[in-house]
Design a protein around this ligand. Structure first.
Ligand code: FHN
Length: 420
């Protein structure tokens, strides 16, 4: 309680406050050692590109988009094929997919206004549909009524607006005839399926993402089925980095991803640059980078009248994620006509207003040194410590930091007032 007398700061009762503590002596933990991730045991020398990783970690907040012809049905992308939607019906939806109100610049402006610094689009999900012009399949956006290369438009909009363009790619493909695992009771036999042919198709398409669409990060997914092996995962990681050494690649490229907590079992063995907790906030970890992917609604893809998270829930999720030294990838599912639903845009707009006020404690920060709780999260940036206060605590007590003296404290957004 001696600390309370030194550091007790009484706040007015805000829902969210950011307190800037200016530290007078040594700054906080030194730059972290080289990132532990990379190509896995097949090539232990090929480690994560530290500069590319740091640039991505500094961004802290991105937009995830799950979109495709399935939006016409309002059911879950990939998973509703052969469940709510019969296989043949699902696989024919692309012939009606005509998002005439799609405007890439509007999507990226919405992301930017929300404070998001990178953008990840489902280039191909488990349903096998390519939302880009691919030279290796007819099951792509070129063969829909809209014909336009929508992903190229997203890439250019990102580059125009200074948002990092990135792509999601599912290694499993329940549509491709040579992928050797069928989803549930799909009747197509696999006797004539040849995984080597599928693997070549996959490598060719990933090569397009890197060379034709200049993706900066590849968000692989669908690694869990037996058709995809550890050896394929390490080979794919190496292939991607050979094409562009600055790429950031998640841990779902290989088989090391362990459950929805999203971290990698044996980083030395398995390929990948960061962990991917899903629909949850990852645990504090400042040694192996991570990013939580979480939906703003319940479903990944568009669903009419889906349950929408509140602004406060989204902001608290962001705070606790960056307080744990992770990134947050917040997902929206656009409508079949190409628009993002207005009520989702409004939530993103309000998140952005909060982020703008508090960005000093967000972008370029690292999590800690205090562990995130339901009431408090902490980041640091050089000599500045940022305490994010959630809930209605009337007094915040934080332990002294060894070898550090607090020189000044003030409320962000209330800069004339110092609670020293
Ligand atoms: O099956 C997918 C799911 O549809 C969604 O894409 C999430 C987002 O990362 N990943 C898989 C489930 O883990």
């Amino acid at each position: 309680h001696e600390w309370a007398s030194r550091f007790g700061v009484t706040f007015r009762n805000f829902a969210l406050l950011l307190l800037l503590l200016l530290l007078s002596s040594c700054s906080l933990p030194p730059t972290l050692p080289l990132p532990p991730g990379g190509a896995g045991e097949a090539n232990p020398e090929l480690r994560t590109n530290a500069a590319a990783l740091e640039k991505w970690q500094d961004m802290r907040f991105g937009m995830f988009v799950h979109w495709g012809p399935v939006a016409l049905k309002g059911t879950e992308i990939g998973w509703s094929r052969g469940r709510e939607i019969p296989f043949n019906t699902y696989d024919s939806l692309y012939m009606q997919f005509n998002p005439v109100n799609f405007d890439a610049n509007e999507w990226i402006s919405i992301a930017k206004e929300a404070g998001m610094k990178y953008f990840v689009i489902t280039s191909k999900h488990h349903d096998g549909f390519s939302i880009f012009h691919s030279d290796y399949t007819e099951y792509d956006i070129a063969n829909t009524p809209i014909k336009r290369d929508l992903m190229k438009e997203m890439q250019l909009a990102c580059e125009d607006q200074g948002i990092m363009f990135s792509t999601y790619y599912s290694v499993l493909d329940w549509y491709h005839p040579h992928y050797t695992t069928r989803y549930r009771n799909e009747p197509r036999p696999i006797e004539d399926s040849n995984m080597d042919i599928y693997k070549q198709f996959l490598f060719d398409q990933v090569g397009e993402l890197i060379t034709k669409y200049n993706t900066n990060l590849i968000w692989f997914d669908g690694q869990w089925e037996a058709s995809w092996t550890h050896e394929m995962g390490m080979e794919l990681y190496q292939y991607c980095r050979d094409l562009n050494d600055d790429l950031i690649i998640n841990n779902r490229v290989d088989k090391g991803f362990k459950g929805m907590a999203g971290m990698t079992d044996s980083i030395a063995k398995y390929a990948g640059d960061y962990g991917t907790p899903e629909q949850r906030i990852g645990g504090f970890n400042n040694t192996y980078p991570w990013e939580s992917c979480i939906t703003i609604c319940k479903q990944w893809a568009w669903k009419p009248d889906d349950q929408l998270k509140s602004v406060q829930e989204c902001i608290h999720t962001l705070i606790k994620t960056i307080g744990g030294d992770g990134n947050l990838l917040l997902n929206v599912g656009p409508m079949p006509d190409g628009r993002i639903e207005e009520r989702q845009v409004e939530v993103l707009r309000e998140i952005g207003a909060w982020v703008k006020t508090n960005e000093a404690g967000i972008y370029g920060s690292r999590g800690g040194p205090y562990m995130p709780t339901e009431e408090l999260a902490c980041t640091y940036n050089g000599k500045n410590l940022y305490l994010f206060v959630m809930g209605d605590s009337r007094e915040i007590v934080v332990p002294a930091l060894e070898g550090v003296k607090i020189r000044k404290a003030r409320l962000i957004g209330d800069s004339h007032r110092d609670d020293s």
